[in-house]
Design a protein around this ligand. Structure first.
Ligand code: GLN
Ligand code: ZN
Length: 763
């Protein structure tokens, strides 16, 4: 047989039970026993679901109260000083949540939360471990052992999941003085030994050790460390399956295949091309686990296609072949069965975590019982799904494809270079030096959210809803005029989310009701699903922006989300490339840009918040991505006249390594985040001689703190040392939707005052 196993199951619950329980606990509405009971119930349900689906070996350790990397930090005693109680008492759930969310109520001024960052190229965020030079590793948290016992008591065959020592160290940060975190490995390994021995004593046979950094470009000393580490761990008990995912092993293939462990898992969804080489290189004693069901997307697996590979592998490997999803199902929504609003055809194309487990089990059974009715049924269904998708007129739109095919090289270029455009724009817009603006959204008050909900529920008529939004726009315009901003925005009150708002108005997008995926902690997102060729049947924002422009004699900035961000924050299609989907999105949004221009709007901002996060994990893939991503942006922006000013916005400024592509986007103005780095990140724009205009964010909108006028002036002076003053804009570093009005007004008053002073200074 080929064993069916799973690398991890979503922990949030089909109804986001974990989120709700966590938040109730934080508010003091649920006690610790209540919270723990919710966790226990979810784990039990999830194991049972996987077992019922036909999974032979169930993951344990995929559950986490906040984040699995944080659980490891607690397990290893990697708890920064500021979270340790007096006398180094054992950590508690309070310690864990404190590390995740910060502590504000302690006697001694509180402690800031650990930094959070993206888990590889997913939208999941983990808490970055903090290492000190003299870091001790002490087994400090019993959760894994308790959960193993819990699963065993329920009669399950389990495989604990650990993040491997190299990946764990790689994900962390050396704090307090320069040292090489790899030097900590020698101290960390004995703890892995201790954990393996404990698990052995619990009667565990296999452990899964995740080492996804094996799909990255690794420095040589890290590669060497892999051999050293696993040679040492070889002496410890348990059969070890090293799991890699999110990409191909490439230059690390020999290293991974040769590690002295009992099994290797590879991702054949993201990197199918590695299969033949791995098959040749994996030693005869080793289990090879093939990840053939996509753990990162919502589409049904093409079982026949996967079986072609499996049958071949089975001949060579026999019982040493295992079948699995490509990666943990943490990145999939939980259960498709709950979707009651999707039409039957669309639903038949999808698979969430529960269904993916069934697919894995079906693949495994198809090898040993190819004639069983269940297997034949599963294959027939899969075949029918593939056939209906291949032919569906809902997916394939000749008009959209023809438009993309007819694109000419000049379509993604502005007719005149920036230097010529900016002259015309300055003459037409007639803005002062250091023009002031904001990034788009104003506070999303509960009144706004209630109006939107009431409208969706049919309790507010369209006319009433429009009037409610108009009243928000009037308020936003009144405030901006009173404060003296130069380029105004309408405030985005009508938008639930910067992607979903547009997706809902495009053809080719579908929406689930329960397709939640954990983003971080208790925060979940429900990405829209791109299922077909994308087009824009009607104008999306024109009426709102026209209304707003009609209220003021200042310039009103049109506000759109760019094609790359639309794509990155959606579940994409698998039957066409991301590049093609980006181009289709670009054309749809380009039409909107042109409609805004035709209605008299002179400045249009196209947000690309997710531009940088689309970068491939391996450097070798960067240029190809940057080429199509910048092209998609330019395609969106290039239809307008020279006089129309295109802005873009990105919520960060780590552009050192991609500054040429940022320049190649050729936006007339780019607004970015720089306040937290004290404008130092602007160095990239100076070193590269970035030619266009820049609005370096002058204050951090993530905090309610109101920046002082002098602080803003200071930042702008620093910016002016790096970018010539006549190219600088003055703006916050992101949209203001999470802020309240009082602090927003107070901050903008100071921002405008700072700009005024600088005008005098630089005049
Ligand atoms: N225009 C958007 C806003 O202001 C941009 C949000 C973002 O960059 N994440 O809300
Ligand atoms: Zn932003």
């Amino acid at each position: 047989m080929a064993l069916a196993h799973n690398l991890g199951f979503p922990r949030i619950g089909g109804d986001r039970e974990l989120k709700k329980a966590q938040e109730a606990f934080w508010k003091g509405e649920l006690d610790e026993a209540g919270l723990r009971a919710v966790g226990r119930k979810l784990r039990a349900e999830h194991w049972q679901i996987q077992k019922d689906a036909g999974i032979d070996l169930l993951p344990v350790g995929d559950f986490a109260w906040y984040d699995q990397v944080l659980t490891h930090s607690l397990t290893f005693g990697v708890i920064p000083e500021r979270f340790r109680g007096h006398g180094n008492a054992k950590p508690t759930l309070q310690t864990l949540f404190g590390m995740a969310r910060g502590v504000s109520d302690s006697c001694c001024g509180g402690a800031h939360a650990q930094e959070m960052t993206k888990w590889f190229d997913t939208n999941y965020h983990y808490l970055v471990p903090e290492f000190s030079a003299d870091q001790q590793f002490v087994l400090s948290w019993e959760q894994l052992f308790e959960e193993v016992a819990e699963a065993q008591a329920l009669g399950h065959n389990v495989k604990p999941v650990l993040i491997g020592p190299l990946t764990y160290l790689w994900l962390g940060k050396a704090k307090g003085g320069e040292f090489d975190k790899l030097d900590l490995l020698e101290h960390l390994l004995p703890l892995y030994g201790e954990i393996l021995q404990r698990l052995d004593a619990q009667g565990v046979e296999w452990v899964q050790i995740d080492e996804p950094i094996l799909v990255l470009d690794l420095p040589q000393d890290w590669k060497n460390a892999f051999e050293r580490a696993y040679n040492l761990l070889q002496k410890e008990p348990l059969k070890k399956l090293v799991a890699t995912y999110f990409g191909g092993l490439e230059d690390n293939l020999g290293l991974a295949a040769g590690l002295p462990v009992d099994g290797l898992h590879i991702d054949l969804v993201r990197a199918p091309e590695q299969y033949p080489t791995i098959l040749d290189r994996v030693p005869g004693y080793k289990v090879l686990s093939l990840g053939l069901v996509n753990g990162r997307n919502v589409w049904r697996c093409d079982l026949e296609k996967a079986l072609d590979v499996l049958r071949h592998a089975h001949e060579r490997l026999g019982d040493r072949l295992w079948v699995a999803p490509s990666c943990s199902l943490l990145h999939s929504p939980v259960d498709l069965a709950r979707e009651d609003k999707l039409d039957a055809e669309l639903k038949s194309w999808l698979a969430f975590a529960v269904q993916k487990c069934e697919e894995v089990a079906a693949l495994s059974r198809a090898l040993t019982e190819p004639e069983s009715p269940e297997v034949l049924e599963a294959l027939a269904v899969s075949q029918a799904v593939q056939a209906s998708g291949a032919e569906s007129p809902r997916i394939h739109k000749p008009a959209v494809q023809a438009r993309v095919a007819a694109l000419k090289p000049e379509d993604d270029k502005r007719p005149a270079p920036f230097a010529a455009r900016i002259e015309k724009q300055r003459a037409e817009l007639y803005l002062p030096a250091f023009p002031t603006t904001t990034i788009g959204s104003f506070p999303q008050t509960s009144a706004i959210r209630l109006a939107r909900q009431a409208f969706k529920a049919g309790k507010l008529s369209e006319a009433e809803y429009t009037e409610a939004m108009h009243s928000e726009i009037r308020h936003a315009v009144e405030v901006q005029e009173r404060l003296g901003l130069d380029v105004l925005v309408h405030g985005e009150a009508e938008r639930n989310d910067m992607v979903e708002y547009f997706a809902e108005q495009l053809d080719g997008y579908a929406f689930t009701r329960f397709g939640w995926v954990q983003s971080y902690g208790s925060r979940c997102v429900k990405p829209a699903v791109i299922f077909g060729d994308l087009s824009r049947p009607n104008a999306m924002t024109v009426e709102w922006i026209r209304y707003a422009q009609g209220l003021t004699s200042k310039w009103m900035k049109g506000m759109l989300t760019g094609p790359v961000t639309m794509l990155m924050w959606s579940f994409p299609r698998e039957d066409v490339s991301r590049e093609v989907q980006a181009r289709q999105l670009a054309l749809a949004i380009r039409d909107e840009v042109l409609d805004l221009e035709a209605t008299g709007i002179r400045i249009v901002q196209i947000d690309e918040a997710a531009f940088r996060e689309g970068l491939p994990l391996r450097k070798a893939g960067w240029q190809a991505y940057l080429d199509w991503a910048t092209e998609a942006f330019r395609l969106t922006a290039s239809g307008v006249k020279d006089e129309t000013q295109i802005h873009t916005h990105m919520c960060y400024s780590e552009f050192n390594d991609v500054i040429e592509s940022i320049a190649a986007m050729d936006a007339d103005v780019i607004t970015i985040e720089t306040s937290r780095s004290d404008m130092e990140l602007l160095d990239a724009f100076e070193a590269f001689a970035y030619p266009n205009e820049i609005g370096p964010g002058v204050y951090d909108i993530h905090s309610p703190r109101v920046p002082g006028k002098d602080e803003i002036i200071n930042l702008l002076r620093k910016a002016a040392q790096r970018v010539s003053a006549e190219r600088l804009w003055v703006n916050p570093d992101c949209g203001l939707k999470t802020r309240a009005w009082p602090e927003t007004e107070a901050a903008l008053v100071n921002m405008v005052a700072a700009a005024n002073e600088l005008r005098a200074e630089f005049a």
